[in-house]
Design a protein around this ligand. Structure first.
Ligand code: BEZ
Length: 207
């Protein structure tokens, strides 16, 4: 099962937008790679609709969306078409048809205690260098939170860009945590810094 810090395993796949090789798809872009248990099911329909409605947000944050389920390409096409007809929302990102379960197994999306035949609701946040930066797993009966998915993507990108960490419940625009001093000289500097400080090891600043 791939873990935070691992390189995302490469694979080739058939998707609703054509064949992809993951390492090519991931070049110079973040990838939000998520699985859903099954096409034509209610919770999955709400989740995929949410991803489609936020596609511009992910584009704006240099992140490509990539879906997956253990369904055929024909089932995917039928479902995408059905949702478009019923709600006007087009799932316009690639959805992998992982009918042999090979990619679900590679990414630990198949968790037999939950289901032996359907992927759980996983989300992998993969940076442009192909490194896994955050993983979420949800069971069949609880849909994910789109605000949280968007929040953690921005948090990961902001933490990386500014070399800082995010406190509990951080939202974009909130203060961030600066790294603790590691030498006595840095400690002395920290004491004079004017940062918002609980103590030397917990200091925050605005970006
Ligand atoms: C759903 O998306 O509603 C669902 C999918 C698989 C199992 C249970 C629920």
């Amino acid at each position: 099962m791939p873990k935070i810090g691992d390189l995302a395993p490469d694979f080739e796949a058939v998707t609703t937008t054509g064949k992809i090789k993951f390492s090519e798809f991931n070049k110079e872009s973040w990838v939000v790679f998520f699985s859903h248990p099954a096409d034509f099911t209610p919770v999955c329909t709400t989740e995929m609709t949410g991803f489609a409605q936020e596609h511009d947000f992910f584009r704006l944050h240099n992140a490509k969306l990539l879906g997956l389920s253990i369904d055929s390409i024909h089932a995917h096409m039928g479902w995408v078409n059905n949702v478009k007809e019923k709600s006007g929302v087009l799932f316009d990102f690639p959805i992998i048809a992982d009918i042999d379960m090979s990619i679900s197994k590679l990414y630990g999306m198949l968790q037999p205690g939950e289901s032996e035949t359907a992927a759980v609701r996983a989300v992998f946040f993969i940076d442009p260098k192909g490194k896994i930066r955050l993983v979420m797993y949800y069971p069949m009966n609880v849909g994910r939170s789109m605000p949280e998915i968007k929040r953690v993507l921005v948090a990961l990108q902001t933490a990386e860009e500014h070399k800082v960490s995010m406190p509990l419940n951080w939202q974009p625009g909130d203060k961030v945590i600066v790294p603790a001093p590691k030498t006595l000289a840095e400690l002395a500097e920290r004491e004079q810094s004017g940062l918002e400080m609980m103590d030397f090891y917990l200091a925050k600043k605005s970006l």
